[in-house]
Each structure stands twice: as C-alpha cells, then as structure tokens.
Design a protein around this ligand. Structure first.
Ligand SMILES: NC(=O)c1ccc[n+]([C@@H]2O[C@H](COP(=O)([O-])OP(=O)(O)OC[C@H]3O[C@@H](n4cnc5c(N)ncnc54)[C@H](O)[C@@H]3O)[C@@H](O)[C@H]2O)c1
Length: 272
C-alpha cells in the first residue's frame, strides 16, 4: 500500500516514520528541502521536494502548516496540497487531513477540490513532543469522515493497519471542532492560572502554595502560570473558535493572557 505524507514537520515526520514501520510503502513530500533531508536521514521512508516524483498513492496524509492571520484561520497550504492530490486521486483514494483546520474545511475541500471523487477523513493530532511515546502518533485520536464510506475506509487504515485507537464521531465537523475546542479548553485552564497568579500578587498571597493546595482536590488540576500561553497551537486554535462564533469566555481568556504578559514584563522591570 503506497502512502504519501505531505508536510514533514513536527507532525508529518513522526507520522511518516510511524507508518513506515507498519508495512506501508511511504513517500514524504515537503516544499522545504531541510525537512526532506531530515526525513531521508532519520526516517525509514523516501522523501522529495519534487511532486512529480511521488507515485500515485492509495492514501495521502496532509500534515502541512496551518496558521492564523488577524485572528482568522490561514489554511492556504492545506488547500494547495489538496489541489495537488486531486491531480492523482480517484474514487478509491483515501485523503486524511491531519493538520488542524477550521470547521467546514473538510467538506469544502471534498466538494470544491475533489468534486466528491475521493474518500476523505479528518484525524487531527494531540501530539506532545515532550512525551512522544505516550502522546505521539499512536494515542487515542478522534476521526470523522465526509461520508460513511470515507469513515469506514479511514478506520480500516488507522485502526486495523496502523493500530491506532481511534474514536469515531458522526460528522467530520465534530472532529474539526473537537481539536480546536480541546486546545481552547487547555487555554482557559492556563488563563485561569494566570489570572489567579495576578490576583494572588494583589492580595499578597503565594500562588504556588495556593495551587499546590487546590490540586489536592480530586477534581482540580490547575496548571502552572509561566511566561504567557505560548507555542503555536493553543493561541492559534482558540482564535479559530472565536472566528467561528463569538464567546465571552474565550475572548476574556485571551485578554487575561495579554494582561498577564504585560504584568510579567512590569514585574521584571520593577522587581520587588
Ligand atoms: N506540532 C504539534 O505538536 C502539533 C500538535 C497538534 C496539531 N498540530 C497541527 O499539525 C499541523 C502541522 O504542524 P507542525 O507542527 O508539523 O508544523 P511544522 O511547521 O513543523 O511543519 C509543517 C511542514 O509543512 C510544510 N509545508 C508547508 N506548506 C506546504 C505545502 N504547500 N506543501 C508541502 N509541504 C508544506 C513545511 O515546510 C513544514 O515542513 C498544523 O496544522 C498544526 O496546528 C501540530
């Protein structure tokens, strides 16, 4: 079975490497020669920056960059990739979008780019590079399909061939929404910790001690408040949600993070 992974970054590289261990003939494609060289040297798969060198595959997995610009989803790379795949795909080709996308994207790509002539699923990631063995490619993941046959084919690939424990949902939009809401939920928890740390500072209480005490309760798990809500995914994904529909709570959490960063800068400038 020929599988092509498009985008060989933090997600695409481990995906291609994992699939290559499961008896698939894997080709990686990326527009960045550094990512391709890294893939060739460190993964057991072929990789190229030349799309023409990729044979027609049975399965295409999209792991390219997604971003946010002016608080809105920027998905150009996903659409460009789908257009490339459409040149080679047919009714039996499985296309799996693993990049984080905005609700409605999978159906739009299925209808407008593939004209309904492929099998298409969305199987987003919960990847945590710091603990790849536990939270890498092979962990419980959510999957939705644009139709029943797509989901069935996707499950044969992910569950039976790759041995990944997948949780199915009834529509592809639920899978799309689930990913960005999971990250928004995490964002809220951290924003609460940041807010609490600022409150503690105002009333002269030790936040660390308070947090430790709170976390002894069975249903409380307050994260630390560090340097602002960083890395790529959390700040991006919460904005995907608020560009879909307004949320007072999520907007407030983003304000809290902004205020917390300003507060931290002041703390550093005026140490007590
Ligand atoms: N990194 C994580 O821990 C993580 C976790 C969950 C979800 N995600 C999501 O996975 C997706 C990929 O993230 P990442 O961290 O791997 O990003 P990354 O920047 O590390 O890698 C993306 C790769 O895609 C390539 N690319 C960009 N446009 C392309 C195109 N048109 N054709 C081919 N290749 C192209 C880039 O050159 C790069 O190598 C994003 O949607 C991200 O939100 C990432």
């Amino acid at each position: 079975m020929i599988t092509c992974v498009v985008g060989l970054g933090q997600i695409g590289f481990p995906v291609a490497k994992y699939i290559a261990t499961k008896g698939c003939d894997v080709y990686g494609f990326d527009i960045n020669p550094v990512a391709v060289d890294y893939g060739i040297q460190n993964g057991k798969f072929k990789a190229t920056i030349q799309w023409s060198q990729i044979p027609k595959a049975d399965i295409y997995i999209i792991c390219v960059t997604t971003a946010q610009v002016n608080n809105r989803a920027e998905l150009t790379a996903v659409f460009e990739t789908a257009k490339k795949i459409a040149e080679k795909a047919d009714m039996n080709t499985l296309v799996a979008i693993e990049s984080t996308i905005f609700p409605g994207t999978s159906k739009k790509i299925f209808e407008e780019i593939f004209k309904g002539n492929v099998l298409l699923v969305h199987a987003p990631h919960r990847y945590w590079a710091d603990q790849e063995d536990k939270y890498g490619v092979n962990q419980v993941r959510v999957i939705g399909g644009v139709n029943a046959k797509s989901l069935e084919t996707g499950m044969r690939f992910y569950k039976e061939q790759l041995g990944i424990p997948m949780h199915t949902v009834s529509t592809v939009e639920v899978a799309e929404m689930c990913k960005i809401i999971e990250n928004s939920h995490r964002y809220l928890q951290i924003a609460f910790a940041e807010d609490l740390k600022m409150m503690c500072s105002r009333i002269g209480m030790n936040f660390g001690e308070l947090r430790e005490a709170m976390n002894t309760k069975w249903n409380v798990d307050l994260p630390e408040a560090r340097d602002g809500i960083g890395r790529h995914c959390l700040p991006k994904d919460i904005r995907y949600v608020t560009s879909l529909t307004p949320s007072i709570l999520l907007s407030s959490a983003m304000d809290v993070d902004q205020k917390y960063r300003e507060w931290l800068t002041k703390q550093k400038e005026e140490p007590t």
